[in-house]
Design a protein around this ligand. Structure first.
Ligand code: ZN
Ligand code: ZN
Length: 154
C-alpha cells in the first residue's frame, strides 16, 4: 500500500486561490511547507533534498554557479521530508507548482489505484481485479499530480 501511495494522487479540483504557501527563491524553487517538499520551478516536480545539488548541476547548467550555491545553501536549511516519508494529499486540491497531467482512476469498489497510462491501469485491473477485456473499461480519466518523477523513486 505505501509504495503505491507515494506515486500519483488526485488533483481534480481547481487550485485554491489562497496563497498559503510561502515563496522564497521564487524563481528557482518553491518550498511547500504543508508537505515539506521542494518543487523545481522550471521542471514542476519535487526534488529530494539529497538530489538538489545534482539536479541543478545537471538540469540547470544555465544557472550561474553562485546562484546554484545559494540555492543549495537555502535548501540545506529547509525542513524537507524524504520521498518515502511523504503522504500524498487527500483533498484533491492541486499542489502549487507541480505538473497536472492526464491519468486514470480505477473504478473497482474501494480501490484507489491511479495510473499515468491506460496500459498500466489495464495491467493493474488484470492483476488485482481479474479484469479481462470483455468486461469493458473499469476506469476513468482522472487528472493527477506526482511529487517525484520516476528517476527519483528507487
Ligand atoms: Zn529543475
Ligand atoms: Zn483497482
Amino acid at each position: 500500500m505505501t509504495a503505491r501511495l507515494k506515486k500519483n494522487f488526485l488533483a481534480s479540483k481547481l487550485s485554491s486561490s489562497e496563497s498559503t504557501l510561502p515563496r522564497t527563491m521564487d524563481a528557482y524553487v518553491l518550498y511547500n511547507r504543508q508537505y515539506k517538499i521542494l518543487i523545481c520551478r522550471q521542471h514542476h516536480y519535487a526534488i529530494p533534498q539529497s538530489w538538489v545539488s545534482r539536479h541543478f548541476q545537471k538540469h540547470h547548467k544555465e544557472t550561474p554557479l553562485e546562484t546554484r550555491n545559494r540555492i543549495e545553501k537555502y535548501v540545506a536549511e529547509l525542513d524537507l521530508l524524504r520521498p518515502e516519508e511523504i503522504e500524498p494529499p487527500q483533498d484533491m486540491v492541486p499542489v502549487d507548482g507541480l505538473t497536472i497531467y492526464a491519468g486514470y482512476k480505477c473504478l473497482y469498489d474501494g480501490c484507489l489505484e491511479l495510473a499515468g497510462t491506460e496500459a498500466s491501469m489495464a495491467q493493474h485491473c488484470k492483476v488485482n481485479h481479474k479484469w479481462i477485456k470483455s468486461i469493458g473499461v473499469k476506469w476513468e480519466k482522472q487528472t493527477l499530480q506526482t511529487f517525484f518523477p520516476s528517476p527519483y523513486l528507487k
